[in-house]
Design a protein around this ligand. Structure first.
Ligand code: HEC
Ligand code: HEC
Ligand code: HEC
Ligand code: HEC
Ligand code: HEC
Ligand code: HEC
Ligand code: HEC
Ligand code: HEC
Ligand code: HEC
Ligand code: HEC
Ligand code: HEC
Length: 539
């Protein structure tokens, strides 16, 4: 705008009701004595003067009347950000000349003396309107938003299609004025457009589609400024608490499933840590490690596919490669339980392996069918609905003990359980456990107790060991699998991997299981002071 026109507007401002002027008069940006906001001058009558002057303006457009801040700012960063926010530039510096709280509001260039504000106010009082010089918790500004950035971040719209009210500053930069118009408060918070249904956010971001009504609005989880989490601009310091604001049950609507109870149980994914940019897969877990917050849908889960409730979350393949969008549930778990091996095995076994990728691999000696259908075609104990072609989830065994999957009514999920090992149902692993339907409820959920303990089982000696001798299933079986590099088809078929606290070498130094064909085999070992050298079973 030419200075002449601008001066004319400023001159008109005092008396004429230009739309812009009316709007500013009744807004918190009317800092004159007539201002209705909390912050205003004690006697100054002019409105525009706090920001503009028709005469003696600084050589900054539009007739700028304030010194620009010289502070060093801390700028936004995160692990997903592709933009490169610089120190504030352009119009943002104009806003920050008041909103970083370092320069007196009444300190204007055209007046010899600082304009006195009422109530002894000098700089912007502390609070949510004072952004400070730490901008790490504010929406990023002062970076180029162009098609190059869109190429790097596929979740952005091309800026050429921005609504007319949303405009970029010089050099295609996002600034405060991209979202705010300091003269027009008709949409509240000086926003350039309505944001009641996140229209403003969605004019640039395409985060994906969710079917959860309470997840649609960005401000369910995000806050544009002074966000407690810093990175990712979340409403609470921790991701978990951001989710638990709704997922704690209680009387406050909207009520999401009560996951809060689960994560306080005996065995949990420890979800209580703050965001740590130095370690994207740290030794703790947050909700967004399994649930991509923007793309969750509530259709039923079918193994081995990634449950729709996870959304488009990232993962690690069975081969160890990182994936932007996991296809299978186990790929989500392998981010932390693969070569990263977040936890040690619970039971000391003959063959030790912390990398679960190797235990479930299709080339492994034997495994529960999580990645591909199982190797054994004779599993008589399988309950109706399951066959040797079935696939199962990690979360069929690892789940809440009070969830629907465990036959109760609480939320499902690998959130926490009162049972050690984060198991959905009881699974006793101590020696000398009396057999019962509850002691091994986890296994009996899929393997019929009566068949297993009868001659119909492929191992006719189950009753002898489990019922008579009180040996737990875990004395002989590994619930996951035995890697190809460590076990052999003869010695480790049928998930045999002994618990070395219970089963020992015999006098000849042998601790072995040998499969000798379908439903037959023999063992060399010592257990409950009985020596097998060998003992055999068969049809
Ligand atoms: C609280 C500070 C503030 C006050 C008060 C203020 N303005 Fe502005 N105004 C700005 C800023 C900041 C810009 C620059 C926007 C940019 O760089 O994109 C601006 C720009 C302008 C422009 C240039 C066109 C545009 O909209 O960007 C005009 C015209 C204008 N102001 C008129 C006025 C008038 C008239 C008044 C008094 C009624 C007034 N302003 C009061 C902050 C203010
Ligand atoms: C002359 C100082 C000054 C400048 C320059 C200034 N503001 Fe403000 N702004 C204020 C004051 C004072 C308030 C009211 C604070 C309060 O009520 O606590 C305010 C309030 C706001 C609010 C909150 C409105 C509401 O509804 O509560 C927003 C948003 C805002 N300013 C954005 C901006 C943006 C964006 C710019 C730059 C384009 C800007 N301001 C420039 C002084 C300024
Ligand atoms: C990407 C859009 C965007 C950018 C860029 C942006 N803001 Fe905001 N700002 C918002 C939204 C949206 C709100 C309303 C927040 C709400 O109420 O949920 C807001 C609110 C505010 C408030 C009021 C805070 C409150 O709690 O009352 C101030 C002050 C403010 N912005 C100043 C600025 C300043 C100064 C800049 C530049 C440093 C800036 N904004 C950059 C979107 C933005
Ligand atoms: C004018 C376009 C625009 C608007 C409007 C906008 N954003 Fe952004 N936002 C961006 C761009 C561009 C980035 C940088 C993305 C990148 O570098 O990958 C960004 C970054 C972010 C980030 C940080 C991303 C990260 O990877 O750390 C969050 C969170 C965010 N925006 C949320 C919001 C929310 C919530 C709203 C609505 C209040 C909003 N944005 C409005 C353009 C916009
Ligand atoms: C249910 C809560 C929730 C809602 C609703 C939500 N977000 Fe997020 N958002 C998050 C969380 C949590 C993260 C951090 C993800 C992580 O830990 O990596 C995030 C990250 C982001 C990021 C940076 C990383 C990325 O995935 O691109 C952007 C940008 C973003 N959100 C924008 C938005 C926008 C825009 C909306 C509204 C359309 C929105 N979010 C709605 C929870 C939410
Ligand atoms: C503003 C409240 C709110 C916030 C914040 C929130 N949710 Fe939700 N969420 C709900 C409601 C309500 C439902 C639907 C009822 C239900 O299934 O619990 C829901 C459903 C879900 C579902 C199940 C989908 C379905 O329909 O069965 C998942 C998974 C979920 N939320 C995860 C999260 C995660 C992870 C976060 C944090 C990143 C989060 N939610 C933040 C309110 C919220
Ligand atoms: C972001 C990393 C991460 C992801 C993803 C993850 N976990 Fe974990 N998991 C951990 C950590 C760390 C612990 C240990 C928590 C503690 O001690 O509080 C753990 C603990 C466990 C435990 C309890 C072990 C014990 O000895 O009590 C089980 C079972 C488990 N996870 C299974 C899973 C399954 C199944 C998945 C996939 C659906 C999964 N985890 C995804 C990191 C992760
Ligand atoms: C058939 C049931 C079952 C399936 C399927 C299953 N687990 Fe387990 N898992 C268990 C049992 C039982 C334990 C604890 C007792 C034991 O080791 O005998 C356990 C222990 C764990 C532990 C604790 C450390 C360890 O190695 O003992 C982690 C972590 C774990 N499982 C993750 C997973 C992941 C990830 C998957 C899917 C890739 C998975 N589990 C699939 C039953 C299962
Ligand atoms: C969610 C259902 C499910 C649960 C729970 C389950 N299993 Fe299985 N199990 C299967 C399926 C399906 C097969 C068939 C795989 C095949 O054909 O090789 C199987 C096969 C087996 C086999 C034979 C493997 C082979 O290669 O010969 C053993 C041994 C076994 N399970 C033990 C257990 C034990 C011990 C538990 C309790 C910790 C358990 N299962 C819990 C579904 C389950
Ligand atoms: C280790 C992976 C994992 C983590 C971490 C995780 N969840 Fe889940 N979540 C699941 C699984 C598995 C389901 C069940 C999915 C299904 O059955 O479709 C689930 C389901 C849910 C549901 C829907 C409940 C239902 O009954 O269907 C909600 C709500 C939910 N999670 C919220 C959260 C919140 C909040 C957090 C953080 C405190 C969180 N989740 C952390 C794995 C996880
Ligand atoms: C003393 C060692 C031992 C104990 C204890 C044991 N098993 Fe087995 N189990 C075996 C052997 C050996 C086989 C392989 C039989 C064959 O096919 O040759 C087997 C096979 C199986 C099979 C696949 C064949 C079938 O009949 O369906 C299942 C399922 C199974 N066991 C489950 C269990 C469960 C559940 C427990 C605990 C309640 C348990 N086992 C306790 C040694 C044991």
């Amino acid at each position: 705008m030419r200075p002449a026109t601008f001066a004319a507007i400023l001159a008109l401002a005092a008396t004429h009701a230009l739309a812009q002027v009316t709007s500013i008069v009744n807004s918190p940006h009317n800092l004159s004595a007539s201002g209705k906001g909390k912050v205003h001058a004690s006697s100054e009558q002019e409105i525009c003067i706090f920001c503009h002057t028709p005469h003696n303006a600084l050589p900054i457009e539009p007739l700028w009347n304030r010194n620009l801040p010289v502070s060093a700012y801390q700028v936004y960063s995160s692990n997903s950000l592709k933009a490169l926010p610089s120190q504030p530039t352009g119009s943002s510096k104009k806003c920050l000349s008041c909103h970083d709280g370092t320069i007196a509001l009444g300190s204007v260039y055209s007046r010899g003396q600082t304009i006195m504000m009422s109530g002894g106010v000098t700089t912007l009082p502390p609070g949510t309107k004072n952004l400070g010089t730490d901008l790490r918790d504010d929406h990023p500004i002062s970076f180029r938003y162009d098609s190059t950035l869109v190429t790097k971040n596929g979740k952005l719209k091309d800026p050429t299609g921005l609504p007319t009210s949303v405009h970029l500053d010089k050099n295609h930069e996002v600034q405060c004025t991209t979202c705010h118009d300091p003269h027009n408060n008709s949409k509240t918070r000086f926003l350039v457009m309505e944001n009641t249904a996140s229209q403003l956010c969605n004019s640039c971001h395409v985060q994906g589609v969710t079917t959860v009504a309470n997840h649609v609005n960005c401000n369910s989880c995000h806050q544009s400024h002074s966000a407690p989490s810093g990175p990712y601009l979340l409403k609470q310091e921790k991701t978990t608490d951001t989710c638990l604001a709704c997922h704690s049950g209680g009387n406050k609507p909207p009520q999401g499933s009560n996951v809060a109870t689960d994560i306080k149980k005996f065995s949990t994914h420890d979800t209580s840590s703050v965001i740590n940019l130095a370690d994207p897969y740290p030794n703790h877990v947050t909700c967004s490690d399994c649930h991509e917050p923007h793309t969750m849908t509530n259709t039923p889960a079918v193994a081995p596919n990634v449950p729709p409730k996870y959304g488009k979350v990232n993962g690690v393949t069975s081969g160890g490669a990182t994936l932007k969008v996991a296809r299978y549930e186990y790929e989500v778990c392998f981010k932390c339980h693969g070569n990263k091996a977040a936890v040690q095995p619970r039971i000391p076994r003959q063959i030790v392996q912390n990398d679960l990728r190797l235990k479930f691999d299709p080339t492994a000696v034997s495994f529960h069918p999580v990645e591909v259908a199982g190797k054994n075609t004779t599993v008589p104990s399988l309950r109706p609905g399951l066959t040797t072609a079935s696939m199962i989830y990690c979360s069929d065994c690892h789940n809440s003990d009070t969830g629907r999957k465990a036959g109760s009514s609480g939320p499902n999920g690998v959130h926490g359980s009162g049972i050690p090992g984060l198991l959905a149902r009881r699974y006793e692993t101590g020696d000398n456990t009396p057999e019962s339907a509850t002691a091994y409820a986890l296994c009996y959920g899929c393997h019929d107790q009566n068949i297993l303990l009868s001659d119909q089982s492929a191992f006719k000696r189950h009753r002898l060991h489990v019922v008579n001798e009180h040996a737990p299933c875990s004395a002989c079986h590994d619930p996951h699998g035995i890697s190809s590099a460590q076990g052999s088809i003869t010695k480790n078929s049928h998930l045999i991997n002994f618990d070395t606290r219970i089963v020992f070498k015999n006098f000849a130094g042998r601790l072995e299981y040998n499969s000798t064909g379908s439903r037959r085999g023999n063992c060399y070992l010592k257990c409950h002071n009985r020596t097998h050298s060998p003992e055999s079973y068969g049809p």
